[in-house]
Design a protein around this ligand. Structure first.
Ligand code: VGL
Length: 213
């Protein structure tokens, strides 16, 4: 698939953090989550710009599961839907990017999300669940006149999906590189793929499917 000039193509590493890998078994381990680094770096080589995001959560956020409130149960809250185990706490191993990725400062644009105690965003484009409080990603992409975004990261069925849908709504052409992402659960991955496909997201199996000039 030909994408045209590299300067109009961005690569996006969504939440490619250790918290979402078997290296952090008590957080949100995703099978194979730690195996996507080579592919994320390869897709970034094809793009003129590299963006990244990190979940940055408090262990005291209102959505944190405990012995009385199990994970995946609904929570009352405008910017929160369900509970999750503590994950991606700044200063912990889980917060760090996967080994082999650049430092956040080496990306062209990098976002921390979920810092507020009462918010648990999934997409990297907005801090809230009603898409009102921008992280600046969409503005950055417009400012640079970027047309194509190639996405990878964790997890396919949550943050990668939501980011892809937000970018489609903002009018960008969006590709999800399946070799550069992994999902939390088989059922939600199937639903997520259908939802993304309906929204016009394109799937590739490997970034060698892409060509730029
Ligand atoms: C994520 C579930 C909970 C993700 C974050 O990054 O996909 N999933 N928090």
């Amino acid at each position: 698939m030909f994408l045209g000039k590299k300067q109009f193509v961005a690569s996006f590493d969504v939440d490619a953090q250790q918290t979402f890998t078997p290296l952090c078994p008590d957080e949100l381990p995703i099978p194979g989550g730690h195996t996507i680094v080579k592919e994320l770096n390869a897709q970034a080589q094809l793009a003129g710009w590299r963006l990244g995001s990190k979940d940055a959560h408090s262990p005291h956020a209102i959505w944190v599961a405990d012995e009385h409130h199990p994970p995946l149960q609904p929570v009352e809250g405008k910017h929160v839907d369900i509970r999750w185990p503590v994950h991606a706490v700044p200063g912990t191993k889980g917060f760090t990017l996967l080994s082999g990725l650049p430092e956040p400062a080496a990306y062209d644009y990098f976002v921390w999300k979920g810092v507020e105690l009462d918010m648990h965003p999934y997409g990297a484009c907005f801090h809230d669940l009603s898409n009102k409080l921008s992280t600046g990603v969409i503005e950055f992409l417009h400012f640079r006149q970027i047309q194509w975004i190639v996405l990878g990261g964790l997890a396919l069925d949550y943050c990668v999906k939501t980011t892809a849908l937000q970018l489609r709504s903002a009018g960008f052409k969006v590709i999800v590189n399946l070799a550069a992402t992994r999902g939390l659960a088989v059922d939600s991955v199937a639903c997520a793929k259908a939802e993304m496909e309906n929204a016009g997201v394109i799937f590739i199996t490997h970034c060698s499917d892409l060509k730029v000039e």
